[in-house]
Design a protein around this ligand. Structure first.
Ligand code: HEC
Length: 135
């Protein structure tokens, strides 16, 4: 191979290397940026599943449902901050988040399955409503 061709090849490979490195970095940054909101969502999913499970088992003991509801309550409280850390959340997003908070508010004092069931349905509907627009 002639020298200029070798240099060109070396530069070409260097370019690919830098490009791949840069792309991997960008993907990493994007993934980290999503990690927090996704983590919050997964915890909410877990808490919600606990409530569904209690209903299925016809148990609905306060010692299980109260912490699940409290945790959902806490996370629902700052969804706007979680998803829009540097910005004001879209108006529809705020409405969906509020809808979840309203659903959770109906849970206060709930101590048996017949009372819990409609609340859990409302919570699930609030999750789905936001996901239809934003997920
Ligand atoms: C106000 C809007 C909003 C509400 C309310 C909401 N979510 Fe989400 N959820 C999102 C968005 C936006 C995503 C997509 C996040 C992403 O992929 O970065 C998401 C993603 C998820 C995911 C997937 C996470 C992952 O690892 O990709 C789960 C699970 C989830 N939500 C569960 C729930 C549950 C359970 C509720 C109700 C208790 C709920 N969400 C309520 C906006 C919302």
């Amino acid at each position: 191979m002639r020298k200029p061709a070798l240099i060109k090849l070396a530069l070409f490979l260097l370019g690919i290397g830098i490009g791949a490195f840069g792309a991997a970095n960008i993907v990493n940054v994007l993934r980290q940026r999503d990690a927090y909101p996704r983590g919050v969502m997964n915890v909410m999913q877990h808490r919600y599943a606990t409530l569904r499970q209690e209903l299925r088992l016809k148990r609905c003991e306060v010692k299980t449902t109260a912490p699940a509801l409290a945790s959902l309550h806490q996370f629902a409280g700052d969804l706007e901050q979680v998803f829009y850390p540097d910005d004001t959340a879209d108006a529809p997003f705020r409405e969906f988040a509020q809808r979840l908070r309203d659903a959770l508010a109906t849970a206060s004092g709930v101590a048996d399955c017949p009372a819990l069931a409609p609340t859990v349905d409302m919570i699930g509907a609030a999750c789905d409503a936001c996901h239809r627009e934003y997920r």
